[in-house]
Write a protein that binds this ligand. Structure first.
Ligand code: FES
Length: 141
């Protein structure tokens, strides 16, 4: 994978300023199924390896601010009929340690439809682009 030059640096959707690159780990430090919580750009970030693909989430739950990335990583539990359930997408869901809200690590979105709640909250976790370059995991923010 080639390195993006400063002139072709990634940009944030909220700003036209080039994103900063933060080397946060070597690839071998985060094998498939593992995660590492790092500090980058003054923020705590959870970097996950799901089947060889890296994903980075802000380590702050949008509900009440718990360290989301310290939560258990689980499969998605689905039910197609009463009394039965199945596990899907093993290792792709993080459950907040405080009140058990669950988020999709790949998208940062809450699993449960927020419209089902009586009070609305911000239900998307800030997510960052991640690349792998020369054996290092790079978070762009
Ligand atoms: S702080 Fe995460 S679910 Fe409440």
């Amino acid at each position: 994978m080639s390195k993006p030059s400063p002139s072709q640096g990634l940009t944030s959707s909220k700003s036209t300023a080039p994103l900063q690159r933060h080397i946060v780990a070597t690839v071998s430090e985060i094998p498939p199924g593992a995660k590492k919580i790092v500090e980058a750009g003054g923020r705590s970030i959870g970097v996950y390896n799901i089947n060889g693909q890296f994903h980075a989430l802000r380590n702050v739950c949008p509900h009440q601010g718990a360290e989301l990335c310290k939560g258990l990583v689980k499969p998605l539990v689905v039910s197609h009929s009463p009394g039965s359930f199945e596990y899907e997408r093993e290792g792709e869901i993080v459950r907040c340690p405080w009140h058990q809200w669950e988020f999709d690590i790949k998208t940062g979105c809450m699993i449960v439809d927020p419209a089902m709640r009586t009070k609305s909250y911000e239900v998307t976790v800030e997510k960052f682009d991640v690349s792998v370059e020369e054996g290092h995991v790079i978070v762009h923010m």
